[in-house]
Write a protein that binds this ligand. Structure first.
Ligand code: AMP
Ligand code: ZN
Length: 471
């Protein structure tokens, strides 16, 4: 597979650290408000990437954080914690709004067929890991204390602007345009690892630390949470393009200074969804949500298709006219598919060649719009209905557009898709048994959680472990 890598700014062949296995990390939502459909564009495209990697045979471990502390109103460490502002807006506690908007986020994801990552970890669960990483950074001389806060010293790095397309002026934007500069910083690019002193004393969540009672900076959470669940080597890190700087740049600085080696090889950034006023943004207040689209009569999956119709590396402009066009196209497509009958044998040679054109499209930097045309090609192909249905069902394992009616997909289970799932589940159970025999409880628990996330229920019986999928 060829992927565009923001690190190096070129298309590169994707080669994971460990053959057949992909460690993937996604910056999760800051849960002070509903996710808007711009945020969800990013999560839809990341979901396609994850599903396509699985489709290609990789064993993927995808980790996502939930930002429930430390993300200030400016990414350049100034302003108030967004969570606190959200809590005040709603006269609730920070933890109450964190729970409410985390649940709302996953409810939106479900409507959009975005799979829940294997691991979801709120930042407030990991304070000890942040303290440990910051302690090591101080010991190694990459961090310093000033004015009560701990800062990362960017002058200690050979290269700080790793994504190449930034310079001091770009960095200064966050600082210059928002509020006053932080005089504690030794270098303009330095950033906060741990706050004990801020102009905003009303911070609700605070923890003891070797540097005083305070709270973590935003960037440290992703470095630590990724390391906790993906280990020292990450294959793909994802996020919206606004995360590339300063957030991801700072994550790389911290992780590599701490680990002492290169951390993540591929950086996957999704370009923004814009509306008539420019980038859609939570802080602007009036933004579009999935519920709003539903209240206007749109099936959320139409929005998913709208996103798949364009390339993730191009900005996408939202308008109701374009969404209406997608809705019409979706309805027609579903009608054509539902008219297919599942009788007959699947012609596996024909199926393979139709699926090959889909793979070619996605192997070329996740070209989903071209991938979608493979569905139309299958419908037009000189093949029987059973073959067409099989091909479309396979493609939809990645696109997740509910293209096959549930009844049809049950009948279709003899075509191989279920066999693949069964062997994946059985392989995981075997790995878990091995981990248990070796008393490697952490791995055994992780596999159990993964199986649970797939809806697999395990039963210990005299004949060994039995399993079924929860209805
Ligand atoms: P946040 O909840 O603000 O932390 O953002 C969650 C994710 O949405 C991050 O990966 C952002 O980069 C991404 N994002 C924010 N705004 C947009 C937008 N207008 N279009 C696409 N992605 C976005
Ligand atoms: Zn992050």
């Amino acid at each position: 597979m060829i992927l565009y890598n923001s690190l190096g700014q070129t298309k590169q062949e994707f080669i994971p650290h460990t053959k057949g296995k992909v460690n993937m990390y996604t910056c999760g939502p800051t849960v002070y408000h509903y996710a808007h459909i711009g945020n969800l564009r990013t999560y839809i495209m990341e979901d396609v990437l994850e599903k396509y990697l699985r489709f290609s045979g990789y064993d993927v471990n995808r980790v996502m954080n939930i930002t429930d502390v430390g993300h200030l109103s400016s990414d350049a460490d100034t302003g108030e914690d967004k969570m606190l502002a959200g809590a005040r807006r709603e006269h609730k506690t920070v933890l109450e709004i964190a729970k409410f908007y985390t649940d709302a986020f996953f409810a939106d994801c479900e409507k959009l067929n975005i799979k829940r990552p294997d691991v979801v970890e709120p930042a407030t669960n990991c304070i000890d890991s942040f303290i440990e990483m910051i302690t090591v950074l101080l010991e190694k001389g990459y961090a310093y204390l000033a004015g009560g806060n701990v800062y990362f010293d960017t002058s200690k790095l050979e290269t700080y602007y790793v994504f190449g397309n930034m310079n001091e002026d770009d960095l200064a934007v966050g600082v210059r345009d928002s509020v006053e500069e932080d005089e504690n910083k030794r270098n303009k690019a330095d950033f906060v690892l741990w706050f004990t002193k801020s102009k905003f004393d009303s911070q609700e969540l605070k923890w003891e630390s070797p540097w005083g009672v305070g709270y973590p900076g935003w960037h440290i959470e992703c470095s630590c949470i990724s390391k906790k669940h993906n280990g020292e080597y990450l294959d793909i890190h994802c996020g919206g393009i606004d995360n590339a700087f300063p957030h991801h740049t700072n994550e790389i600085a911290q992780s590599e200074a701490y680990l002492g080696h290169k951390w993540c090889n591929y950086w996957f950034h999704v370009l923004h969804l814009n509306d008539a006023r420019g980038k859609m943004s939570k802080s602007k207040g009036d933004f579009l949500t999935v519920s709003l689209l539903e209240s206007k009569g749109y099936d959320p999956i139409v929005y998913r298709m709208f996103c798949l119709q364009s390339h993730y590396r191009k900005p996408l402009t939202f308008s109701y006219d374009s969404l209406d066009n997608t809705a019409k196209a979706y309805e027609k497509l579903k009608k054509r598919i539902s008219a297919l009958s599942s009788d007959g044998e699947v012609d596996s040679n024909k199926a393979d060649s139709l699926i090959a054109s889909f793979k070619e499209a996605l192997d070329n930097d996740l070209n989903t719009s071209l991938g979608l045309t493979s569905v139309y090609d299958a419908l037009k192909a000189d093949a029987n209905d059973a073959t067409k249905l099989y091909v479309i069902g396979e493609i939809d394992r990645v696109l997740s557009l509910n293209l096959i009616d549930e009844n049809a997909s049950e009948e279709e289970s003899s075509t191989g898709a279920d066999d693949e799932l069964t062997s994946e589940i059985e392989a995981l159970i075997a790995q878990r048994n091995k981990a248990r025999a070796e008393k490697n409880w952490a791995v055994a628990d992780e596999i159990r959680d993964r199986l649970k996330a797939m809806g697999v229920v395990l039963e210990d019986t005299k004949e060994g472990i039995k399993w079924h999928i929860e209805k």
